[in-house]
Design a protein around this ligand. Structure first.
Ligand code: PBG
Length: 323
């Protein structure tokens, strides 16, 4: 009741604001995505994602060192193979580009926690996240290959695997395969509520994974659905997921919040490529204060309930937080 209640008292200066702040960000919360490409000495900037690169193994190792030195504990690796084929065989090739990168990074930067993206779309000639028959992605055949891919990543030394394909039953298939091969201690972070989003546009340039026909709406979730996210997450937890992810983050803060309230395992959120590119583009035009918008976005994702944030802003944000 006015004038007894004056909430502005607690906003008077930065010291008191700091004392009552409800949400704090730390580099500990960040996972930085990296794109590995075949070749040597390659470091090619992704035009729609300024500051992000496709890098060959030698370059990605250097980059991983830099990420680690900024206090960011973890990276997420995506691979772009030399050859793509119908069955995405580069995905589970022991000498594949991600497998090589994992070995090199774990050798040179052992303290960095290496997560691998487990999916077929970067490795298939048609760009879909699985095996195609009669124009449709075959669920049960695909999950066998995903399990093989996950095992090959674990064998290379990955600390955690992250399936992003949205096939039904893949978490269980991966869990069983990992356990059978002696990797029962390797956790699974599942892209549990992953929406069929236009915000992935720039990533598909980065990973060269645009579907050559159709779209991903028969496997990724409908952006209009909220309750279905809880079902997807519940299934993945039942199947053995250790961390569950909501993706994208910014247009799905309600989903992050719902999932956080409903389950008691760590929640990750993917601040995806399109969310990054929008900020970069507007920043470049001088239309927004890029750094402040970045910190506000990351704070909102954490405030909504994410423990972990996968973000292309990780390095820039860590530099600000480390000051
Ligand atoms: C692979 C995958 C995608 C992203 C992460 N893993 C693209 C897609 O599903 O089309 C998107 C990441 C981003 O946009 O930053 N399935």
């Amino acid at each position: 009741m006015f004038p007894i209640h004056r909430p502005r008292r607690l906003r008077k200066n930065e010291t008191i604001r700091r004392m009552v702040r409800e949400t704090s960000l730390s580099p500990d919360n960040f996972i930085y995505p990296l794109f590995v490409i075949f070749g040597k000495g390659v470091r090619k900037e992704i035009s729609s994602m300024p500051g992000c690169f496709q890098e060959s193994v030698d370059k990605v190792v250097k980059h991983a060192k830099e990420v680690h030195s900024l206090g960011i504990p973890s990276i997420l690796l995506f691979g772009i193979p030399e050859h793509k084929d119908e069955i995405g065989s580069g995905a589970y090739d022991e000498h594949g580009v991600v497998q090589k990168a994992v070995r090199a990074i774990k050798d040179k930067v052992p303290g960095l926690f290496v997560i691998t993206d487990v999916c077929m779309c970067e490795y298939t000639s048609h760009g879909h996240c699985g095996i195609i028959k009669d124009g449709d992605v075959q669920n049960d055949q695909t999950i066998e290959l995903l399990a093989k891919e996950a095992v090959s990543h674990a064998r290379a030394g990955a600390d955690m695997v992250a399936p992003s394909d949205m096939m039904d039953g893949r978490v269980e298939a991966i869990r069983i395969a990992l356990d059978d091969e002696g990797f029962s201690d390797i956790p699974i972070m599942s892209y549990a509520a992953k929406y069929a989003s236009a915000f992935y546009g720039p990533f598909r340039e980065a990973a060269e994974s645009t579907p050559q026909f159709g779209d991903r709406r028969s496997y990724q979730m409908d952006p209009a659905n909220r309750r279905e996210a809880l079902k997807e997450v519940a299934l993945d937890i039942e199947e053995g997921a250790d961390i569950i992810m909501v993706k994208p983050a910014l247009s799905y803060l309600d989903i992050i919040s719902d999932v956080k309230d409903a389950f008691d395992i760590p929640v990750a959120a993917y601040n995806v490529s399109g969310e990054y590119s929008l900020v970069k583009a507007a920043g470049k035009l001088g239309w927004i204060d890029e750094k402040r918008v970045m910190m506000e976005i990351l704070t909102s994702i954490k405030r909504a309930g994410a423990n972990l944030i996968l973000t292309y802003f990780a390095k820039e944000a860590a530099k600000i937080l480390n000051k």
